[in-house]
Design a protein around this ligand. Structure first.
Ligand code: SF4
Ligand code: SF4
Ligand code: FES
Length: 377
């Protein structure tokens, strides 16, 4: 049996005292979880430690905390692994409450105030259209492959805890709720795909508020990859439904891609005006004027030169052009699903793609709204 030191962040809002750190020694085998360690400390030393848990098997999503500064499930992290990570950074396993949510007590955060409120925001249930079938809806297996990943979410809030956009904009709908939104947007039984996407595109705190920081992908203990689900929402909203949102999110994405296709390397000076329809578009003028102070500061500090701003030395290489040609030549957009493993021949309708290096990727053609029907079988 090994001995571990757990350093827990303690806080009791009612006491009026500031938060503080407290260390506990626990004796457990290294393969036992950090949650087991916390429960032993609570049981043997200090019954006042606040921790929420239930299943102790990474299923219920109750025990989200930050271990050594990273969000995750306390029951899903072995003590020996937590210690190995702590050794790289001070030697003591630290456990603190998740971020972006108010602390109720010690390691317990208020999931209702943030996480569940945001999940409710995306109407987390199916809204079928038309006549209900006499018995159940029959859905083809391949139609569900694409939503399986978002269905794996256990609502632990680890992704919310580390979302950089939410830190800056607490109103951002956020990774967990948007992954949940994709679960219904991607479901062929739902009849509100367009309405859901228009709503989340037009919301200034919606799908275009994500900054692609990848934190939610790293944080998620279930491989849901919320950022990938957000990108899927964007692709369906922008490419399939042509929703040009008032936040300019879709136009900005398109301008970004066109810029790389033309230049190979991003030409920043063109990105802003192109995102608003070009240098002389009425929408672009106020944005360009607003960016003048920053541009002047850059000029003064030598970060921007008139030559660099007006001319861009780079042109897309043949390799970059070839990538774009391949994408443009595809008749349908493919959504790669790296979550469901297995062979494509098992999936009716699933197709196999191979890149030039012979690497296999598995995907299903993205279903467009025109192909969907509420009772699709
Ligand atoms: S990728 Fe987007 S949703 Fe995910 S944590 Fe970063 S900002 Fe938040
Ligand atoms: S997406 Fe992952 S990290 Fe976020 S709430 Fe669901 S299971 Fe937890
Ligand atoms: S106690 Fe259920 S996920 Fe950890």
């Amino acid at each position: 049996m090994a001995s571990y030191t757990l350093k827990l962040r303690r806080y009791s809002p009612e006491s009026g005292d500031p938060a503080f750190w407290q260390e506990y020694k626990v004796d457990l085998d290294g393969h036992r979880s950090v949650l087991d360690g916390i429960l032993q400390a609570k049981d043997r030393e200090d019954g006042s430690i606040g921790i929420r848990c239930s299943c102790r098997a990474a299923i219920c999503g109750s025990c989200g905390v930050k271990i050594n500064g990273r969000p995750g499930l306390a029951c899903h992290m072995h003590l020996e692994e937590a210690q190995r990570r702590a050794d790289q950074n001070g030697g003591v396993i630290t456990v603190e409450p998740m971020g972006n949510m108010p602390v109720l007590k010690d390691l317990i955060v208020d999931m209702d105030a943030v996480h569940w409120k945001k999940v409710q925001r995306v109407t987390p249930w199916l809204i079928p259209e038309g006549e209900h079938p006499e018995r159940e809806y029959i859905v083809a297996k391949e139609a569900m492959v694409d939503v399986t990943q978002s269905m794996a979410c256990i609502q632990c809030g680890a992704c919310v805890s580390d979302c950089l956009s939410m830190e800056v904009d607490p109103l951002f709908v956020g990774p967990a709720a948007l992954a949940k939104a994709y679960r219904f947007v991607g479901d062929p039984r739902d009849g509100q795909q367009f309405e859901r996407l228009r709503d989340l595109s037009e919301d200034p705190h919606g799908i275009y508020d994500c900054t692609h920081c990848f934190n939610c992908i790293e944080a998620c203990p279930k491989g849901v990859a919320p950022m990938s689900q957000i990108m899927r929402l964007r692709r369906i909203a922008g490419s399939d439904h042509g929703i040009d949102d008032r936040n300019n999110g879709h136009r900005h994405e398109k301008a970004f891609v066109d810029n790389i296709e033309k230049n190979g390397l991003l030409h920043e000076a063109d990105l802003l005006p192109d995102s608003y329809g070009g240098k002389f578009h009425p929408r672009a003028v106020p944005e360009l004027l607003a960016s003048l102070p920053v541009a002047l500061k850059g000029l003064r500090r030598g970060k921007i030169t008139p030559k660099k701003a007006l001319l861009h030395a780079h042109k897309a290489s043949k390799d970059v052009k070839r990538i774009f040609e391949r994408v443009h030549d595809q008749e349908k957009r493919y959504e790669l699903n790296l979550y469901v493993s297995g062979k494509d021949e098992d999936l009716p309708g699933g197709e196999e793609m191979q890149d030039e290096q012979g690497t296999e990727a598995h995907g299903t053609p993205a279903s467009s709204s025109a192909e969907r029907s509420p009772n699709q079988a």
